[in-house]
Design a protein around this ligand. Structure first.
Ligand code: UD1
Length: 418
């Protein structure tokens, strides 16, 4: 078990090359089982969610090898259609393997999924959508068992633009017989990346990035080599870190429009933002005003995966902020940890009422989920005095060498074994 020792109050200066997007790489790995040919995904981040997904693929019988930052998946011998419960519980994203496994093996089974403990995260949208392809679903002793001798293209509408359900439908549709139309699709940039990857494998999908996605099923997909998009949430986390600590930081690899409302919100805080192509530069004095209101929404709204980090920023800024979380019902679990740092925040249901205190102080903290953990680290970097942050197992799921990158910007942070 590791923890971070953080010396707060140092400004951040420099450049960050952003890692490939976790939320793109995971569905791409799931999609790799659609073919028997070799698939290469370049520049995969060294995060534990990726290692866990690789274990799932190995469990299915695929050969998975990492070298020089790339991952090579050989699916020729994949034959198992069951995702072991130990791994599904660890990685909720494994639920979108169902669509891919059904397309390849006509059968799929996984345990009820796990992932971050940030609310109920039901999977009804996934299962209802799969049923539209003719899939029969039985739930037995915590396992979801799906069978479908023939996947038939279908007209599907999602009641809510779920990212995972949209990806699941795409993975089933590319090899279903005939045409599938998905209305009410999620529009996140990672879905466009998945479409590009599937089309590089020979699929015929279009419309990703809009409400309606269409796929014409093909009989067979072939191997490909692909470089995923960069991680907009990692970039956003570094920009928020620089805003909190003060200084001047430039991220490279992420375009401004993929960050939804984040950059507008940072300007409201008093930061200066300059963007050019895939570079975003932030200049901050470290003395920030609160945002009046931040409300998480599906893309292109404010991303829920940056909500905790922005609440941390507001807790140490001046004024008052309302933070409304519309996507996950219990995504404020990190707030009691911020209170230990002197924050003044009251949570009522889906809303956090933040009274900015101007500056937080260091404390002993524990991360309880991935983005909440990142928020505590950013708060500690900007706080007066030293902090310790445990529970890094959650942070390592999504940030590769977080401390090394922060240190290169001048942060006082080191990892120690406990
Ligand atoms: C993905 C991202 C996650 C991000 C989230 C929202 C990955 C690996 N993870 O998660 O980082 O926070 O999008 O941007 O890409 N829902 C249902 N029924 C379902 C499916 C979802 O009610 O069948 C609800 C969920 O409980 C939640 C909301 O829909 O309240 C959003 O979930 P969804 O968009 O599916 O998120 P994920 O794909 O799990």
């Amino acid at each position: 078990m590791d923890k971070f020792i953080i010396e707060g109050g140092r400004p951040l200066y420099g450049n960050v090359r952003v890692q490939s997007a976790k939320n793109s790489v995971l569905p791409l790995l799931a999609a790799s089982v659609l073919t028997e040919d070799e698939v290469v995904i370049r520049e995969v981040p060294a995060i534990t969610d990726v290692t866990c997904m690789a274990e799932i693929l190995r469990g299915l019988g695929a050969e998975v090898t990492f070298s020089e930052g790339n991952v090579r998946i050989g699916g020729a011998r994949a034959s198992n259609h069951i995702i072991p419960s130990s791994l599904t519980r660890e990685l909720r994203s494994s639920v979108f393997m169902l669509g891919a496994l059904l397309a390849r093996f006509k059968r799929a089974a996984c345990a009820y999924p796990g992932g971050c403990d940030i609310g109920l995260r039901p999977i009804d949208l996934h299962l209802n959508a799969l049923k539209r392809f003719g899939v029969e679903i039985a739930e037995r002793e915590g396992y979801i068992e799906c069978t479908c001798p023939r996947l038939s293209g279908a007209d599907i509408a999602l009641d809510f633009p779920s990212v995972g359900a949209t990806e699941n439908v795409m993975l089933a549709a590319v090899m279903a017989e005939g045409r599938t139309t998905l209305a009410g699709a999620a529009k996140e940039p990672e879905i466009v990346d998945l479409q590009n990857f599937l089309n590089a494998m020979g699929a015929r999908v279009r419309g990703a990035g809009t409400d309606v996605i269409e796929a014409e099923g093909v009989g067979r997909l072939h191997g490909t080599e692909f470089t995923p998009m960069k991680d907009r949430i990692e970039a956003g986390s570094f920009l928020i870190a620089a805003a909190i600590c003060g200084g001047e930081v430039e991220t490279e690899g992420v375009r401004a429009e993929t960050l939804g409302l984040l950059l507008h919100k940072l300007r409201e805080n008093g930061c200066k933002i300059h963007t050019k192509n895939d570079k975003i530069k932030i200049v901050s004095s470290g003395r920030l005003r609160c945002n009046r209101r931040i409300e998480t929404m599906p893309f292109p709204g404010f991303p829920t995966d940056l909500q905790a980090q922005m609440t941390a920023l507001n807790a140490g800024a001046e004024g008052g902020a309302l933070v409304v979380e519309n996507l996950f019902e219990t995504r404020f679990k990190y707030v009691p940890e911020l209170l230990k740092m002197g924050a003044d925040i009251e949570v009522r249901g889906r809303t956090a009422f933040v009274r900015g205190t101007g500056r937080l102080h260091g404390a002993g903290l524990t991360a309880g989920d991935l983005r909440g953990g990142a928020a505590l680290i950013l708060a500690a970097l900007g706080a007066e005095g030293n902090s310790e942050v445990g529970g890094l197992i959650h942070v390592d799921r999504g940030y590769s060498d977080f401390e090394g990158k922060l240190r290169s910007l001048g942060a006082g942070i080191r990892r120690v074994r406990i």
